[in-house]
Ligand binder design. Structure first.
Ligand SMILES: Cc1ncc(COP(=O)(O)O)c(C=O)c1O
Length: 389
């Protein structure tokens, strides 16, 4: 019945009926190994028992009341986030794009509050911050922007890791710099530690705010709670989504007290943002990721996985170019068309996510076992065998 849907997606012709851990089961009885996790979302696997429990318990008590009233789970989750990050304040959303929208509005209204005429938003080639008008305005992808103009003014996208461009363009006209420390859709590309340091110091010198987009890299995906921690980077504003809901729609914009000065009563809002169901799940996800040994295990299993993939790269030099990423946010740059690889893997019942720069993303649940890793590598190897020349 796809004829009733907008034609914006090119979907695989499969209907999943059930999920369990890393596995997905289709209506025709096929079993798939899910190494895409709904694009870095199901960080604790499909239908994680603890998440199902808190969600169903919450569903029996209270679904929704709106932000006209206090929401207990929202306050609990905000405290958890504040306790474990740089942030003092949290605004909840239903998606990453909405978190980005909040971040950009927050940055502009901050300067307006200080009576400063500065509205420029600096972003980077290959970035992806979502599909709203503000988010696509930060993109350098013509495909994403074409036909939607006029876009929001004042957005400038700079070259990746380009020092000179940074020094020339981050000025006292800049409202904010927005950056994914590790680009996801852009092809699992990490900014260098020096460049991130330079951006922070240019922001400090000029008074621009630094927005770190951790929608994809956050919640343990990179092996740290947030990827910017690898670089000792301090954001003014941070956006999260995907992993925090473990599959339930939830996002958030976090900020320092200072960065939030313009976001006063009536300046922003959301009917559903921070709803009791979403935040019940969010608290449980956070508690699991914060459990002793969880992040250490992500790093350990990442090391094991990476070793095996490096071996695979040397075995199939005509298929693979390099391994990228951190934690379980991994990317295989391929020499062949990346979608040929993901399509062939799909035939082996392995789900992967393509990204720009000819990269195949490997984004398993963060609690993937060694045995499951072995099986993924076996399927990657089978796929490569079929495609090598
Ligand atoms: C880094 C980043 N920011 C923002 C978004 C947009 O999030 P959403 O699709 O939840 O609106 C995405 C989605 O892929 C993302 O990867």
């Amino acid at each position: 019945m796809q004829e009733y849907l907008l034609k914006t997606y090119s979907r695989k012709n499969v209907l999943f009926k059930k999920g369990d851990g890393i596995w997905l089961y289709s209506d025709s009885g096929d079993k798939f190994l899910d190494c895409a996790s709904g694009i870095a979302v199901n960080i604790l696997g499909h239908c994680n028992k603890k998440l199902v429990k808190v969600l169903t318990e919450q569903a029996q008590n209270l679904w929704h009341t709106s932000n006209l009233y206090r929401v207990e789970n929202q306050e609990k989750l905000a405290k958890l986030l504040v306790d474990h990050t740089f942030a003092d304040r949290v605004f909840f959303t239903n998606s990453g794009t909405e978190a980005i929208e909040c971040a950009i509005k927050m940055a502009r209204v901050y300067h307006s509050k200080l009576n400063q005429e500065r509205h420029e938003i600096i972003s980077f080639d290959g970035c992806f911050h979502g599909r709203s008008m503000a988010a696509i305005s930060t993109s350098n992808s013509d495909k994403m922007k074409e036909g939607f103009g006029p876009l929001i003014p004042g957005c400038k996208s700079l070259g990746f890791n380009d020092r000179d461009a940074l020094c020339q363009n981050i000025t006292n006209k800049t409202a904010a710099v927005i950056i994914e420390p590790i680009q996801g859709e852009g092809g699992i590309r990490s900014f260098s530690s020096e460049i991130l340091k330079l951006i922070r110091s240019l922001c400090d010198d000029t008074g621009a705010l630094l927005i770190i987009d951790e929608v994809q890299s956050g919640l343990g995906r990179s092996g740290k709670l947030f990827a910017h921690e690898w670089f000792n980077l301090k954001p003014d504003i941070m956006t999260i989504a995907k992993g925090i809901g473990g599959g339930f729609p939830l996002g958030a914009c976090l900020s320092t007290e200072n960065a939030s000065i313009g976001m006063v009563k009536g300046k922003h809002g959301s009917t559903y943002g921070g709803n009791p169901l979403a935040c019940a799940v969010g608290c449980e996800v956070m508690n699991n990721v914060l459990e002793k040994g969880f992040l250490e295990n992500v790093r350990k299993i990442s090391g094991y996985f990476s070793q095996k993939m490096l071996r695979l790269i040397s075995e199939f030099p005509s298929v693979f170019e390099e391994l990228r990423g951190s934690g379980l946010m991994l990317g295989l740059k391929t020499k062949i068309e990346n979608t040929s690889f993901t399509n062939e893997a799909y035939k082996q019942n392995l789900l992967l996510a393509p990204a720009s720069d000819n990269v195949v993303r490997i984004l398993p649940p963060l609690n993937i076992t060694k045995k499951e890793v072995d099986y993924v590598v076996e399927l990657l190897s089978k796929t490569a065998q079929r495609l090598e020349n």
